[in-house]
Design a protein around this ligand. Structure first.
Ligand code: C2E
Ligand code: MG
Ligand code: MG
Length: 692
């Protein structure tokens, strides 16, 4: 049972009032309850009680007349629908009343009976609908989501304020267009086809879409599209509601970032470090490279926190992170493990020494005074533990824990230093570094010496040349042979300066011998791979020849097979440029590298030096003897001269002579000698008769 409509009847004519009450009371559809008043003032009092659904208002009252009555009533009862009673078919007045906010009008004595009931009911219904629509319109306009309403052909009919705000378009710019004008080009046609298939079948679609703003910027939306259908199920409209996800995405990205980064320093955290290190280990394993993990912990950081507070501590950590980042290469990864602990992955290092270099730099860097924002100057130090791959672990966890253990060792051995996981490694690397430092000084202090080993023509037994071999005359440790420092000099690049010095010294000496009237000698100088690649050999050799006045044709440069093969095309060009200077070139230690005579054709060289290892077992090892004779024969076929290295016995020499080897050097005749002894040898022994 529905409740009756409550009518406030404002009518001063008792006859009219009685008639109306009678009509309404006869209505049996819903029923009316009527309260009748005769004056406007009383009516205005009544509407305050909220007891009515509709007002039936006669415009001619004792205390008010005409439209003024309506205005007063509207003001007093803004929320109630008003139906106006006019007299004698006064349509004009009725229409004027509607124009000024009445829901409808009824002409007394004419529009009565059922009609009156309908008018009242309809007035209430329409009033409610209008209120609802007003509400909907407010929501539509004020919602924070963008809304687009299109017709069935997807032409835009309506958009709201939020739509304009997000897209940058005004309503006028988009009315009549289709939403395709917002497409970003990020989705292919299959995406839209699937979307429309959903809308057609379920009447709904929801998902993330990239669209384009008027400015051209593309941005993510969370969009839902609904089809509006009529009673027959035909689509009449589409309503699209979307939220701009730009900020949400940015927040998501930030959360994602924070999951893998430390919030304070923004450095990768332990999790990300683990992933990255694992990846580096795989790569190093595949490529046969080395990597190092450094863990560093600030010394006495707790004191800073305790004495100056956590904000100061935080600032210091940020500054440390910043300084470390600046020191490292782009490929190194710095991570904060938590607290005052950082980790560094040095990818692809060529020697443990590289890790030490970084560790030493960091210790120095961190120990520098740090001035905080408030002007406070603080000092901290750091202890570093180092682990290496391969060698000290197969997984990232193992490497990190070894580095950690090493770091504790560093702390316990007095802070402000670094330690490897193993003592031997720490020691060996330190020694090597000390040696490097030492050699650097040695070179500067003129502690290098060149010794000369005679090279003899096998047919005539005459000294026709000498190989210049470097030694290091250390004031404390005595004479140090090259095999103790050449490799290190190559790795550190010191070989550049060292090699240039040997070259210059040898040419200077050669010139001096010529000037002293000694028979001209071919002087051979060893050139390392590093020199060939990184020094401008052609310029250096030509400058040295010019400077010393040593004739180019008497200078021979020795290169090993390995050196040439490393960058063969580059090597060919450099060798050619050296040869153009007039110097001759030989391949040292031949047979120990690729040993491909055919390959050698590539290189513009003059001679080969058969490595000592093939000579050693002559005449006992048949194999070596065969190799040696083959090398000699093939070299001659290629127009190369052949020298045998490390000849210690007469038997070896005789074998070589038989096979037609051109020259030799070795202890059988003489060891590498210091200049004065070599000069004596030259004077006394320019014709060397093999002893029998
Ligand atoms: P290398 O160029 O193959 O030099 C020949 C080495 O064999 C020399 O060793 C020499 O003393 C040694 N030797 C010669 N005859 C005999 C022999 O009959 N028996 C034995 N057991 N050994 C013999 P050294 O002087 O110790 O030099 C070793 C290597 O150091 C050289 O091998 C060369 O590769 C390198 N080296 C020496 N000086 C220089 C230099 O100035 N620059 C460069 N880059 N490398 C150098
Ligand atoms: Mg040599
Ligand atoms: Mg050699």
């Amino acid at each position: 049972m529905t409740t009756p409509l409550r009518v406030l009847l404002v009518e001063d004519n008792p006859g009219d009032a009685g008639l109306i009450e009678e009509i309404l009371s006869k209505d049996d559809a819903k029923g009316f309850s009527i309260h009748c008043v005769t004056r406007l003032n009383t009516a205005l009092e009544q509407v305050k009680t909220d007891a009515f659904d509709v007002i039936l208002l006669d415009l001619g009252l004792p205390d008010s007349a005409g439209l003024d009555t309506l205005f007063a009533m509207k003001k007093g009862a803004a929320n109630l629908p008003i139906v106006v009673l006019t007299s004698n078919q006064d349509d004009h007045m009725g229409l004027a009343a509607i124009h000024h906010g009445a829901q409808d009008y009824v002409v007394k004595g004419h529009d009565q009976g059922v009609f009156l009931c309908r008018v009242l009911r309809y007035a209430v219904e329409r009033h409610q609908n209008e209120a609802r629509l007003r509400q909907a319109a407010t929501v539509f306009e004020n919602t924070s989501e963008g809304i687009t309403v299109t017709d069935a052909q997807e032409r835009i009919l309506l958009v709201n304020q939020a739509f304009c705000k997000f897209t940058g378009y005004t309503e006028n710019e988009v009315l009549g267009q289709t939403p395709r004008m917002f497409q970003s080009g990020r989705h292919d046609r299959y995406f839209y086809a699937a979307m429309w298939a959903d809308i057609k079948t379920t009447g709904h679609w929801r998902g993330e879409v990239w669209n384009r703003r008027k400015s051209g910027e593309i941005y993510p939306q969370l969009l839902s599209i609904s089809a509006v259908r009529d009673e027959l199920g035909e689509t009449t409209h589409y309503v699209g509601v979307f939220a701009d996800l730009t900020e949400i995405k940015a927040t998501e990205a930030r959360i994602e970032f924070l999951a893998h980064h430390d919030a304070l320093t923004e450095l990768p955290n332990r999790l990300l470090l683990g992933f990255y290190l694992g990846h580096c280990i795989e790569l190093s394993r595949r490529e046969g490279q080395q990597l190092a993990v450094l863990i560093l912990d600030l010394d006495h950081f707790k004191d800073i926190n305790d004495s100056f507070g956590h904000p100061a501590g935080d600032e210091l950590l940020k500054s440390v992170a910043c300084r470390l980042t600046q020191r490292l290469r782009g490929t190194d990864m710095l991570s904060r493990l938590g607290g005052d602990e950082f980790a560094i992955v040095l990818d692809n290092i060529s020697h443990p020494r590289d890790a030490i270099q970084v560790a030493q730099d960091i210790i120095k860097l961190i120990s520098e005074t740090c001035r905080l924002g408030n002007g406070l100057e603080v000092h901290v130090g750091t202890s570093i533990g180092i682990s290496l791959f391969p060698g000290q672990g197969e997984t990232s966890e193992e490497l990190l824990s070894q580095a950690d253990a090493a770091m504790y060792k560093a702390k316990s051995t007095g802070r402000g230093n670094y330690q490897f996981f193993s003592d031997e490694l720490t020691l060996a690397t330190r020694e090597r570094i000390a040696l490097e430092e030492h050699l650097r000084k040695g070179i500067a202090n003129g502690e290098l010496r060149v010794h000369y080993q005679a090279q003899l023509d096998i047919a005539t037994s005459r000294i026709i040349g000498a190989e210049a071999l470097v030694r290091w005359q250390d004031p404390v440790r005595g004479l140090i042979p090259p095999n103790r420092f050449i490799a290190m000099a190559e790795e550190t690049g010191l070989i550049g300066a060292l090699g240039e010095w040997v070259l210059r010294e040898t040419c200077r000496q050669g010139r001096q011998w010529i000037d002293a009237g000694l028979p001209p000698l071919s002087l051979a100088v060893n050139i390392s791979a590093h020199q060939l690649r990184y020094s401008h050999m052609q310029e250096i050799v030509s400058a040295v020849l010019e400077e010393t006045g040593f004739p180019a044709k008497w200078l021979e440069l020795e290169l090993t097979e390995g050196t040439l093969m490393q960058h063969e095309l580059e090597s060919v060009a450099i060798l050619q440029s050296l040869r153009d200077l007039g110097v001759s070139l030989s391949i040292d230690d031949f047979g120990t590298g690729y040993s491909s005579l055919a390959y050698l054709r590539l290189f513009p060289v003059d001679s080969l030096k058969i490595d000592k290892q093939f000579i050693d077992d002559i005449p006992n090892d048949k194999n070596d003897m065969e190799i040696t004779s083959a090398i000699i024969a093939l070299a001659h076929a290629m127009n190369l001269k052949v020298l045998a290295e490390g000849v210690e016995t007469l038997a070896q020499l005789e074998f070589l002579k038989k096979k037609g080897c051109d020259t030799y050097q070795g202890y059988y005749h003489s060891r590498p000698l210091p200049v004065d002894e070599f000069e004596l040898l030259l004077l006394s022994n320019s014709h060397f008769e093999p002893k029998r």
